[in-house]
Design a protein. Sequence first.
Length: 265
Amino acid sequence: MAAICQTRRALMEIPAPQPKIAARMRRSYLEILSARLAPSSPIPRGRSTTASSRRGQSLDSSISGLWSGRLEEQCEKMEEHQTPLSKQQLVQLIRSLILVEQSQEPRILTSDLKYLQEDLQLKKTNVYRSIPYSRFGSNRDAHCYRKAYPHLVAFEVSCQEWGQVLLRNKEWDSVLEHALMAWRYTSELPQWDTVSHNALREQCYSTLAAHCLAALQHYRPEPSRGRELLRRLKMAQVHSQAIGPCIQELQGILGHAEDSSMDTQ
């Protein structure tokens, strides 16, 4: 009986099972993400290396695709310095960021106007996202203009660069389509309280009108296509009179075509 009691006493000395530690499950999302992306962390069981590499590649691609975040970071650094960048330096910075964005994406033909439309839509959205709306005063004042200025320059550079690429490729009809499409997006940009702050809008109109005029000097559209373009150009004239020379040029082309058709009859 004594031996049996001793074994029972030994069994009583076994510690009770410890409760589950909940503190380890309360880690933040950033801690978990940093632990998974750390190079020294071991790979969990049941997960292959291909899945983790794909997750890392998708994370890198999503971060690299948002070039507007890099632009805002550069602008914040610019505001910290006492000597801000000039407009030419800012345009050069935006052009370099656009080239980086294009180099990270697959090769896309410039004739794909859907991609160019998405690019203009993104630039216009970045302009409105940069404007602080939680203010008691006007959200079109000088303070909001300074916040949106880099994105306005990015919009202008995008219109100019893609139009020049289409002109170099001699895609005259695509030049006209891109100019009219960008004209509509330019008209949707915010109107600022100070008149001088709307100069970038007028520069976009002038650039697009120059692209249209250069294309019409080499392009002879069909009569039906020419009448459609003439109607759209007259609608664009409501926003700016810079399109006037293009309307005159197209009217001359259509008049010459009608005269030649009468001569053949």
